[in-house]
Design a protein around this ligand. Sequence first.
Ligand code: FAD
Length: 318
Amino acid sequence: MSVLIYIDHTEGQIKKGSLEALSYGAALARKLNTTAEALLLGTVKEELSTLGKYGIAKIHQAADESFNAADAQVIANAVSAAVSASGANVVIFSFNATGVAVAPRLAASLKAGLVAGAVALPETENGFIVKKTVFSGKASAKVKINSAVKIISLNANSFGIHEMGDTTAEINIVDITPTENKVKVLSTELIKGEVPLAEAEIVVSGGRGLKGPENWYLISDLAHELHGAIACSRPVADDGWRPHHEHVGQTGVQVAPNLYIAIGISGAIQHLGGVNRSKTIVVINKDADAPFFKAADYGIVGDAFEVVPKMIEAVKKL
Ligand code: FAD
């Protein structure tokens, strides 16, 4: 059994989630007593051989630049060709927008079993069993993949990025021709935040308790001091205080940071569905009965307009 990890990238940079997928795939390969290989479609600025430090023996690169803006079907076709050429039996993606769009297409074309949103290394003693979260992170399920090729997409921040040493990966340039894009990308607008939300290790999130967009400096100042990402509840985005790509929850972005700070958010079930895989949750709410406190590791019952400026001052002194 061999393991192939898909390297996702944007604007010439490898995404942080892919470094986690590389670490996960390398650990799985060690468990299966085989080698971990990776696939890069298109081009990146990084020196690819350095990815060996994550435990990757070989990187296959199809360097056609049109892959940089290819649609999900084109990527799935190319990964399928690479899987056939390399003989890989396990294919790993990040559970991000690319993974969500590409992995099911690949699974359909290879007639392979797929587990989307894995949170741990598979159990391999009695078959190939992958743990994933279900019911918006409230429970977990173990899913057995019986097909010859097995596909996994890995939830962000569930395994971590692990360097194995100072080894370099072998680069193998492969000749995979992109199939025709069914969708033509005319232009792209990159949303630039200080930290990408889905991959952030610290998230500072605000709700309707902030009263209006003019008070959002409380959220952005604290996020800036903590080097964290900014998020919000859905009504905040619906009311146009913040853009929709910042709204977390069942209908928004799913996050799993080390620290999630919820300020003036009630903690409705639909909000919790997107944040309850966070390792530590801090809630600031003036209502001691706000439901969010039940999900909190630490809670401050208080007015955000008094508490948050004190937090910002305290963080500045660290
Ligand atoms: P509110 O419920 O109005 O809560 C504001 C909170 O701020 C209150 O707890 C209040 O005590 C506190 N507060 C007020 N003033 C202060 C102050 N000065 N200092 C401190 N605290 C203060 N919501 C999401 O967030 N994400 C989703 O993905 C999502 N999906 C949904 C899907 C469906 C199908 C439905 C029906 C709803 C969904 N919702 C979602 C909406 C969700 O049900 C809640 O309505 C929403 O999360 C509430 O947002 P909020 O907590 O910001 O506002």
